[in-house]
Ligand binder design. Structure first.
Ligand SMILES: Nc1ncnc2c1ncn2[C@@H]1O[C@H](COP(=O)(O)OP(=O)(O)OP(=O)(O)O)[C@@H](O)[C@H]1O
Length: 483
């Protein structure tokens, strides 16, 4: 192995021993039998007398847990005592220079949702996030969310120049609100460049799980916080869902049919905790519903064989995107702000599949929740959404398939079509067995539309249960990421 250039080498006291300490140009700090990779492990340092106190994270040994209960990381302080003033000055200067060269975020705006998940986000912030940020000397402003859409409201008028990132200690819901808040700003083009960070503290932590799993890390609070402190970034596709003038910006997924029904209707069993999904999932499989309707999509390269080319009637529908009108009285965002990607949808190679369908699922990232590897091949910024589609499936096969959701094995089932699409139109219809009842369209864990006779159909939604156009803007948003 090539020997690294040594920047500094000095005698130090550490743990009552005198030993040689070295700092390499590549940021490796070594003394005795210890080694720290500054970029990966060191949060910051402070100086007391001749002592440099290095705040770091290290892998926990077997059986040690901290930071949210399942972490592999623990905070640790290492003390190096220099033997002269000159050595101290040069060591602190070189360490600081190295940390400064890493381009880490210095000021963060942090949302904490005290209401999400097990209602423990405030404690998670206090006990597990804050100490790491303090060790890294990151400045932050904390805003607890007080009601639904509060985060979206705050982000709309936030002075973004003051911050290097916006962090959500929450589930996916608040993160999606932040995305929507940024994109309806007048200065959205600049605003959307701010990196967003997800610290898992909700029921649905699909984005945090997807990010950490992409680097083989557990979906733990400490891992997520460390990845934010280290400041690596990656881009993320944003899907614009539109119905006439009404738009919603999505970063995770859309579900219609079985998955949406389980996700939303199981609310009534919330008292069961996460078991509600399995319990209600079983009910829905035994009383399986199939929905009429169709999906029209632009297949990505390599998936052109799925579906049929459009007939004349549907071609006209594509020609007249304005046909997709929203109902009167729905909330419309102001005219300025992001209008969705500029794609000439008429020029695209659309194809169509007719229902009835058991389930339609569109995914931007691999994990829909910590236990749901919905779209194992999904990539963060490939400009595509992964479509997971079930038209018909015997109940036993469906049951088996649902048990494989946690490892992504379901997409190999002969009853599942799994493909990548660049644009998508959902034409949702009523249940095949009961035309008086329609379904639910679930986007990023929230209800976007409810059809007639659907669960809680009297509740107002942003869009109507009608044609929905989805376009993808490749890499529009930026996320803090472990790699
Ligand atoms: N103080 C609050 N009271 C009520 N709702 C809130 C509050 N703060 C945020 N919310 C809303 O809570 C919803 C869920 O938030 P989040 O995604 O963080 O948690 P979650 O646990 O994943 O969600 P859920 O419990 O709904 O599955 C969001 O729609 C958000 O607007």
């Amino acid at each position: 192995m090539e020997k690294e250039e040594c920047l500094l080498s000095d005698q130090v006291h550490s743990n009552s021993h005198t030993t040689e300490a070295t700092l390499s140009a590549g940021g490796q700090l070594r003394w005795g039998d210890r080694r720290l990779d500054i970029e990966k492990q060191v949060l910051g340092f402070s100086v007391e007398g001749f002592k440099i106190k290095i705040r770091a994270v290290v892998e926990a040994g077997a059986g040690i847990c901290c930071c949210g209960g399942q972490s592999t990381l623990i905070r640790k302080t290492f003390v190096l005592e220099l033997l002269s003033n000159d050595s101290l000055r040069i060591w602190t200067q070189k360490l600081q220079e190295y940390l400064d060269s890493l381009g880490r975020p210095k000021r963060l705006f942090i949302f904490v949702n005290p209401y999400g998940g097990k209602k423990s986000a405030s404690i998670i912030f206090q006990n597990d996030v804050k100490p790491l940020l303090d060790d890294a000397k990151v400045e932050y402003t904390v805003q607890e969310t007080k009601y639904q859409l509060h985060a979206k409201e705050v982000v709309q008028s936030l002075d973004l120049a003051k911050y290097d990132g916006i962090i959500c200690v929450s589930g996916d819901g608040v993160l999606v609100e932040v995305l929507n808040g940024l994109l309806i700003r007048e200065d959205w083009e600049n605003a959307i460049r701010i990196p967003l960070g997800a610290v898992p503290a909700g029921t649905g932590n699909g984005m945090a799980k997807s990010l950490l799993d992409s680097n083989g890390e557990p979906c733990a609070v400490s891992n997520a916080t460390l990845s934010i402190i280290r400041g690596h970034k990656r881009s993320l596709d944003v899907a614009t869902m539109s119905q006439g003038e009404t738009r919603f910006f999505s970063m995770l997924m859309l579900a219609w049919g079985l998955v949406a029904d389980i996700d939303i209707e199981s609310e009534k069993y919330r008292w069961m905790g996460s078991a509600r999904l399995d319990f209600y999932g079983l009910q829905r499989i035994f009383g399986l519903r199939r929905y009429n309707g169709s999906v029209i999509f632009v297949p990505a390269l390599g998936y052109e064989s799925y579906g049929e080319p459009l007939d004349l009637e549907n071609k006209i529908m594509i020609d007249d995107e304005s046909e997709m009108k929203s109902e009167d009285g729905v909330v419309r965002d102001r005219e300025y702000g992001y209008q969705g990607p500029e794609v000439d949808i008429k020029s695209l190679n659309w194809r169509k599949i007719d229902g009835p369908f058991v389930s339609i699922w569109l995914h931007n990232v691999p994990w829909g929740g910590e236990d749901t590897r919905a779209a194992p091949d999904a990539e963060f910024s490939d400009g595509c959404l992964d479509l997971i589609m079930i038209r018909d499936c015997p109940k036993l096969a469906l049951l088996k398939l649902m048990t494989e959701l946690n490892n992504g094995g379901h997409v190999k089932s002969p009853y599942v079509a799994y493909l990548k699409v660049k644009a998508f139109i959902l034409q949702p219809g009523p249940r095949a067995d009961d035309p008086t009842k329609a379904g639910i369209i679930d986007v990023d864990g929230e209800v976007l539309a409810r059809g007639k006779g659907a669960y809680k159909c009297e509740e107002k939604t942003l869009m109507s249960y009608d044609k929905l156009l989805i376009k993808v803007d490749q890499g529009l948003a930026t996320l803090f990421s472990p790699i």
